[in-house]
Design a binder for this molecule. Structure first.
Ligand code: PLP
Ligand code: COI
Length: 353
């Protein structure tokens, strides 16, 4: 392995109270960097002290958004550190790379570097309930020229942030605004990739949702604005009387690793989970006839996020009296117990570092 490690000579002061961590605000002592150019491919793998990066103002990422990222977590319990399905994140990173014409990474090698990086930062991982080390791998196009073309140079960087809950109020139900005017992605676009532009496209609606007193946006499909896609940083599930439904993977939503895990968990317990095209009108119908029991979102940062209120076209649906539902809580507990090494991992999802 050709990974070079330069340890910091001036370690940062660590947080003193994990309750004040919030999400993604402070960063650990080191970062992992790998460079790419045409001649050498991915090369110069190194862990260095966390620091600014120096880029030419004409670097392509600033102008044309050729960039991808991932989000994963390291969990600590009784001094043991775990990652959850990290192979899936690197696989998805390469899918995003493909969509944005960024060269493929060597998943196996990068996984090894990632393990070394997490091991080096293990003292930064909070052990309190709901806390973890959020890990953010990303790639940026660094060619210094303004023509619109595929970059010849890139930087792959991994940073990490000890974090508490993604939402201020932890596991309490969130309120969601269904966006019917703006769209986030269309099939054939970049919705299936984890790339900055999708999040830039979502901010206008996020602002509107906040102004209306809702915390998140639920996107509808970009063509008919009728079929449910996903929330800003989560996939979405609806618990009905006899089954659980979630939008099918269609090219315009992110194929969430939490989504995939929840589907497997529930099916393994004998529950029917159907991936289908779900129209917002169907959800209103299920709500009106009492069939809609719970809604929850799934994502690495948000884990399982119960939905208490859904606003569509000025019609507000209060789900399960605005409280956490039985299935949402069960899925949250099972998933976090698996992630924190508190229960047996029959699925082989956990990797101990
Ligand atoms: N959808 C979007 C747009 C996201 O940003 C995320 C978060 O990564 C998800 C879904 C959930 O994906 P995962 O469960 O892999 O974190
Ligand atoms: C994640 O869940 O990892 C995400 O990427 C969400 C994020 C955009 C904050």
């Amino acid at each position: 392995m050709s990974l070079k490690i330069e340890k910091t000579k001036s370690p940062k002061q660590k947080y003193s109270n994990s309750e004040q961590l919030g999400f993604g605000k402070i960063f650990t002592d080191h970062m992992l960097i790998i460079d790419y150019d045409k001649e050498n491919g991915w090369h110069d793998e190194r862990i260095v002290p966390y620091q600014d990066i120096c880029l030419d103002p004409s670097a392509m990422v600033f102008h044309y958004g050729q960039t991808v990222f991932e989000g994963m977590k390291a969990y600590k319990n009784n001094g043991k550190v775990y990652l959850f399905r990290p192979q899936e994140n690197l696989k998805r990173l390469n899918k995003s790379n493909d969509r944005l014409c960024i060269p493929q990474i060597d998943e196996e090698k990068v996984l090894e570097y990632l393990y070394k990086f997490v091991d080096l930062e293990r003292d930064w991982i909070p052990e309190d309930e709901g806390c973890s080390l959020y890990i953010r791998p990303f790639i940026i196009a660094t060619d210094a020229q303004l023509g619109v073309h595929v970059s010849n140079e890139y930087k792959f960087i991994v940073i990490a942030s000890p974090s508490g809950s993604y939402y201020k109020n932890g596991l309490s139900p969130v309120s969601i605004y269904v966006e019917k005017d703006y769209v986030r992605a269309v099939r054939g676009g970049m919705g299936m990739a984890k790339t900055g532009g999708n999040y830039a496209a979502s901010m206008k609606s996020q602002d509107i949702a906040h102004e209306r007193g809702y915390s998140q946006v639920l996107w509808l499909d970009g063509v008919e604005r009728k079929y449910i896609e996903e929330v800003g940083a989560m996939n979405i599930f609806f618990v009905l009387k006899d089954k659980v439904i979630t939008p099918m993977i269609n090219g315009s939503i992110l194929e969430g690793i939490t989504r995939k895990s929840v589907i497997e968990l529930l099916r393994n317990e004998g529950m029917e989970v159907s991936e289908e095209r779900i129209s917002i009108d169907d959800i209103v119908k299920y709500y009106k006839n009492g069939e809609l029991l719970e809604i929850f979102g799934t994502g690495t940062a948000a884990v399982i996020s119960p939905v208490g209120k859904l606003l569509y076209d000025e019609y507000e649906m209060v789900v399960n009296d605005g409280k956490i539902g039985k299935i949402s809580l069960h899925v949250y507990e099972t998933l976090t117990n698996l992630q924190f090494g508190k229960i047996k991992d029959d699925f082989n999802w956990r990797v101990e570092i």
